[in-house]
Design a protein around this ligand. Structure first.
Ligand SMILES: [Zn+2]
Length: 413
């Protein structure tokens, strides 16, 4: 599989090289197709890539340019060996021949590899369950630190969901409360962002034994790195240690994503209208260090907070909520973020010093004196902004058919 993935990546790079060198009038899909056929015939290690997968590379490459022209992404570029996620496409579902052999295991045909077993985690429309409108149309193999994974592409016809009658809710992405809900029904994963000594806990999704193991591995890697001469190749032992570290981190990411999926599903099932802040995580996170002319203040403290923000992966939560609310007939709305964490949700006045620390909010208005959790206060403000009609674009629905240039689709935002 690794050979196939490397061949697919090289195919992309050759294609990009070929495309950028060619004069504009010679660039065409047919010419690219002919070039790929020739490459697969003449270069034997490119031949390990099945013909269908090579065609899929071409299709993805053209889609990448289309995304560029529509303003959704940057122009395609070369794929570096170390940074690229290894993946191979199987664009046709016809030859997969999926069978279920056990409650938890299935078998599938992979081109040029043969019949392999995979973990059965979701109901697939195969054999007698498959119909013309509900079937597997392809698959994609992706590698991460824990091994190869297969994702099946499924075409399904589903009834349009009934409008969700559930209540409205505002959600704030906090650091102390991962998801604060305006009705007090907060969602917490029970993994505090900080260690007892006040430092940010970057491995909060690992249990104490795993943390100890990670520390040992990091020490071992540092020690082995010391013995490596400049310009010398990374030793196989050091690479093995790096792989073990990567595996632990991948495990932590899986746990975080699992929690996000379960939480967003339950929120989408319970509530009809969900309101979130329009946050620009990228600019929030990048502002810590500042520039060389204007260095930032409290850099260490703020970068710890930033790490907590990026680890909560708010953007991914919003993406999940977007398609899950649409699936359950609900709607997701975004409201402008400025001031939501500083304004009092009871009297509506912003008083200086009301945000006493990350966790507590105390209103300094003498007639109000509200004292509560800061994230809950922000969530109530978010819902209030929506009720006052300050919602930005409705982000529900899967496809935005016509949009102005330079605007990303709702799910990519
Ligand atoms: Zn107040």
């Amino acid at each position: 599989m690794d050979d196939q993935a490397h061949a697919a990546r090289t195919m992309w790079n050759c294609l990009h090289d070929w495309w950028s060198m060619l004069p504009k009038d010679k660039r065409s899909l047919a010419a690219a197709d002919a070039a790929i056929r020739q490459a697969r015939k003449e270069i034997d290690w490119l031949g390990v890539l099945p013909a269908q997968a090579a065609q899929a590379v071409l299709k993805t490459y053209f889609q990448a340019w289309r995304n560029r022209w529509d303003g959704r992404a940057d122009a395609p570029n070369f794929k570096a060996r170390i940074r690229t996620v290894m993946s191979v496409d199987i664009p046709q579902g016809r030859d997969l021949n999926i069978t279920r052999v056990h409650r938890r295991w299935g078998m599938v045909n992979i081109p040029k590899i043969g019949r392999v077993r995979f973990r059965w985690t979701k109901d697939l429309p195969v054999a007698k369950h498959a119909t013309t409108g509900n079937r597997v149309t392809g698959a994609r193999l992706v590698k991460d630190a824990l091994g190869w994974h297969i994702a099946f592409r499924v075409q399904a016809l589903q009834a349009k969901p009934e409008p969700h009658p559930g209540p409205h809710v505002g959600i704030d992405a906090g650091v102390n409360l991962p998801l604060a809900l305006s009705d007090g029904n907060h969602r917490d994963h029970g993994r505090p962002p900080r260690l007892p000594n006040g430092k940010a806990d970057r491995d909060k999704w690992l249990n104490p034994q795993e943390k100890a193991k990670l520390l040992g591995l990091e020490r071992r890697a540092a020690q082995r790195k010391q013995h490596r001469q400049c310009g010398e190749k990374t030793s196989r032992r050091l690479r093995h240690t790096y792989d073990q570290i990567k595996q632990l981190r991948a495990k932590a990411t899986r746990r975080a994503v699992d929690w996000q999926h379960k939480t967003t599903t339950s929120i989408a099932m319970q509530y009809g209208t969900i309101v979130v802040e329009q946050l620009n995580i990228k600019s929030m996170v990048k502002s810590a260090k500042g520039t060389t002319e204007e260095p930032g203040r409290n850099v260490a403290q703020k970068s710890g907070l930033n790490r907590a923000i990026s680890q909560e992966a708010w953007g991914r939560t919003v993406t999940m909520l977007t398609y899950k609310t649409a699936r359950h007939g609900g709607a997701l709305h975004k409201v402008p973020a400025p001031g939501t964490s500083l304004r009092c949700s009871a009297c509506g006045i912003t008083t200086p010093g009301s945000r006493e620390d990350q966790a507590t909010f105390v209103c300094k208005n003498p007639e109000c004196r509200l004292s509560c959790n800061a994230d809950w206060n922000a969530a109530r403000n978010v819902l209030h902004l929506y009720r006052m009609g300050h919602a930005l674009t409705p982000a529900a629905g899967r496809a935005v058919v016509r949009r102005p240039r330079g605007v990303k689709p709702a799910t990519a935002r």
